[in-house]
Write a protein that binds this ligand. Sequence first.
Ligand code: SF4
Ligand code: SF4
Length: 86
Amino acid sequence: MIKTRHQIKYDPTNCIGCKLCYKSCFVDVIRWDEEKKQPIFKYVRDCEHCYYCMAVCPKDCIQVLPNLESQSFRQSFDIYHTRKED
Ligand code: SF4
Ligand code: SF4
């Protein structure tokens, strides 16, 4: 299990090299290793915590943990609590 500094875990054990995670990332976090046929989580500090890579992986190899410091997480948190108070 590889744990990146910015809360993304990748377990290559069951990875089938389908590239779906690589294609789903709209920022430059995930690069592709052509030799190993595996994703490389390279620019993890740019992760937007959209969870697309985790959602599309057919083998559950990726786990993106909530980043409590990220702007997107805080916005989601604020929206959720605002709606609860409506
Ligand atoms: S959570 Fe979103 S931004 Fe982060 S690595 Fe996955 S697809 Fe890219
Ligand atoms: S989506 Fe999952 S199975 Fe496919 S290449 Fe990425 S980590 Fe491997």
